[in-house]
Design a protein around this ligand. Sequence first.
Ligand SMILES: CC(C)(COP(=O)(O)OP(=O)(O)OC[C@H]1O[C@@H](n2cnc3c(N)ncnc32)[C@H](O)[C@@H]1OP(=O)(O)O)[C@@H](O)C(=O)NCCC(=O)NCCS
Length: 144
Amino acid sequence: MQLEVRKYRGTDHDAVVALWRRVFADAPRRNDPVRDIQRKLDHQPELFLVAREPDELVGTAMAGYDGHRGWLHLVAVAPHARKRGIGRALLARAEQLLADLGCPKLNIQVRASAAEPVAFYERLGYRIEERISMGKELAPNRET
Ligand SMILES: CC(C)(COP(=O)(O)OP(=O)(O)OC[C@H]1O[C@@H](n2cnc3c(N)ncnc32)[C@H](O)[C@@H]1OP(=O)(O)O)[C@@H](O)C(=O)NCCC(=O)NCCS
């Protein structure tokens, strides 16, 4: 099947929301797909990628570069389209875009309970690093 990896367009919106609701069904409430898309369109939208086959959207990857590290989020491939190289193609494009920006290192956060994505990332050259991941919720001062 012919695969196209390209920048997100407005016409992808509903398919992306449906994909994330399916693939990340247990995501915390703050990860609202509609708001996540809107926020990304305000911040480096050129790093928001979708994978499409002729008739459907089959994957996403959202990258960002903060001037020190690159980050990858919302890497998702539709369940029926997995193990066909779509995740690999999405990451290859994201890595290329980040490298073009001068980004020297890319990080990904994976839930400790999720073994499957770890095996996927390891196949693509990522290594587990001994770090403690910390986070803090903020109250945004503006809506996007
Ligand atoms: C993880 C995910 C993105 C992989 O997408 P995919 O399109 O199936 O991956 P690819 O077909 O490009 O696989 C690339 C390599 O990883 C391997 N791989 C993919 N999924 C794997 C798995 N679950 N276990 C072991 N290896 C896996 C493939 O065999 C392939 O290796 P190869 O090139 O040696 O054959 C997809 O399974 C997914 O969307 N999972 C749910 C969402 C998720 O967990 N996202 C990550 C959040 S951190």
